[in-house]
Design a protein around this ligand. Sequence first.
Ligand SMILES: C[S@@+](CC[C@H](N)C(=O)[O-])C[C@H]1O[C@@H](n2cnc3c(N)ncnc32)[C@H](O)[C@@H]1O
Length: 211
Amino acid sequence: MSNYFRQYIRAVENPLPEMAEYFDKENFYLKNYVTPDSVILDVGCGNGRTMKFLAPYAKTVIGVDYDKKMIAAAGNNLSRFDNAKVIYCDFFHYQFKKMFDLSLASYNLLGSSELDPRRRPLLLQNMLECTKPGKHIVLSVWSDQGIEFANKYYPHIGIRVKKIEGNDVVTDHGIFKRFTKDELNHLAVATGREFQLLELTDIFYLLDLKA
Ligand SMILES: C[S@@+](CC[C@H](N)C(=O)[O-])C[C@H]1O[C@@H](n2cnc3c(N)ncnc32)[C@H](O)[C@@H]1O
């Protein structure tokens, strides 16, 4: 992900209106689950964008990321929050047992070029295992409905789109997947949990599962 760091920072610090809408809507959706007692996990926290929004409303916010640059950026971004902590680790090698009131993985971690598609069910499973029974895990992913937005989004952050193949956007920084509702349904049903699939904006789906 290191090569992608600069582009990611551009995307979150200078978002296109469509992205700003997604960030806002997702933040406010997540905030509905947060109380002053909440302990929150952000998987693949990046520069701490979501943690920074949620920290004032929560007891503790923990972010994990396996990219050192992201962890450093998150550390700077969150320096004024005593209740925010970032951990440099691969989420798949870290076990937090049933300790979170909300676990999230935003901005298409599920469909990222770094995540082997065979590990998608495992990402959901590990997040469920980290989360207290009855509490929620929330993941957001690029939607198939908004795939054309790729032609605007990637050039804006300095990434070249080589082609769009089915629901995959092939770029000079790897392949970024778009999900169909059916694919998300399939993943969610396999967990055996209650879930909701939401379209908060035209470009992202949000999957909300009860642990
Ligand atoms: C698209 S960025 C999203 C960052 C942030 N959640 C946001 O919404 O702004 C995905 C992040 O997940 C991290 N990541 C990917 N796989 C990971 C893993 N297995 N363990 C920890 N972090 C991971 C990447 O380093 C990257 O920072």
